[in-house]
Design a protein around this ligand. Structure first.
Ligand code: GUN
Length: 298
């Protein structure tokens, strides 16, 4: 039976450290500032954005939220981003994705000052991560959180371990692979076109699932003793709870996988809570850098 890696508890540890370090910064008269921008009314995005703003306030940050109507033009959004770039009270800018179809996401992300890009999506930060310049990069929050969880089980040096990342998205799969590589793991990125995915998954000491398909990774895909990091958050019908009810599941069939895994992240309560905690850590890091101070390590 696997150890369950408690993302909620670890996220609280990260946030507790952010609060302490925010109090340290206050002695230099600096308050970390986070601006969160949302365009449109997507209910899931509204929930995420509200919890990001709430967490930022709880950390003692200057927290601002810009909620714009769905018909906002690309030009107006770029203007807002430019204003936030120029605002010295703001250290982190997050534009919630997805954006409405008439807005070019790449154009908006590239308009964000790379030194305030706490999502780590700007080409400059992608390049820093890809070249191993981790001291100056902002690392995307979900893979950064997943790495912290992995560290708790395997330590910081993954030399000699094989890692398989299932999923090749820019937000999770690719940055996760780069982080694993920077930690000396031997990394394979698998995806929907990979041949015999179950056999490949079974070679992994570290298995990261980021595909967005409910319970796709079955128990017999997991090597005995492997560390399984489940990044998926999928809402599926749960008729057993009553008509119209739903529940959250990961990309991994948890009940099966925990029989072979050495350690596994649950859903909910795994990687999910870590994402927002790492956004707070990134915003704090940005404020330290702007003040010319060495940021704390997480
Ligand atoms: N939408 C879903 N996840 C994310 C994220 O990590 N950052 C942003 N900006 N939008 C998202």
């Amino acid at each position: 039976m696997a150890d369950i890696i408690d993302g909620k508890a670890l996220a609280e540890d990260v946030v507790a450290k952010v609060k302490v370090e925010t109090a340290t910064l206050a002695k230099s008269d600096v308050t970390p500032g986070l601006a969160v921008v949302i365009v449109g009314e997507d209910p899931a995005s509204q929930v995420y954005v509200a919890s990001k703003s709430r967490r930022a306030k709880e950390c003692g940050f200057h927290s601002v939220q810009h909620s714009l109507p769905v018909e906002t033009s690309e030009h107006a959004l770029v203007s807002l981003v430019e204003d936030l770039n120029a605002d010295p009270a703001i250290h982190g800018i997050l534009v919630q994705l997805p954006l409405p179809e008439h807005i070019d996401e790449t154009r908006i992300i590239q308009a964000i000052d790379p030194e305030k890009d706490v999502d780590g999506f700007h080409f400059i930060n992608v390049g820093r991560l890809g070249t191993g310049a981790l001291d100056s990069a902002f690392v995307p929050c979900t893979p950064a959180g997943a790495m912290l969880m992995l560290e708790r089980v395997r330590g910081k040096d993954l030399s000699g371990l094989s890692a398989v990342v299932i999923g090749r998205s820019n937000i999770v799969g690719k940055p996760m692979a780069n982080l694993l590589l920077a930690a000396n793991a031997t990394v394979t990125i698998a995806h929907s076109r990979t041949k015999d995915l179950p056999a490949l998954a079974r070679t992994a000491d570290i298995l990261v699932a980021a595909v967005g398909r409910p319970e796709m990774i079955r128990g017999d895909w997991v090597k005995l003793g492997a560390t399984v990091i489940d990044v998926g958050i999928n809402r599926i019908p749960a008729p057993e709870k009553g008509e119209g009810k739903t529940r959250l599941v990961g990309d991994v069939a948890f009940a099966e996988a925990k029989e072979s895994a050495g350690a596994i992240t649950p859903v909910p309560g795994g990687v999910g809570p870590m994402t927002i905690a790492m956004l707070m850590a990134n915003t704090l890091t940005s404020a330290f850098r702007t003040a010319g101070l060495e940021p704390p390590a997480f």
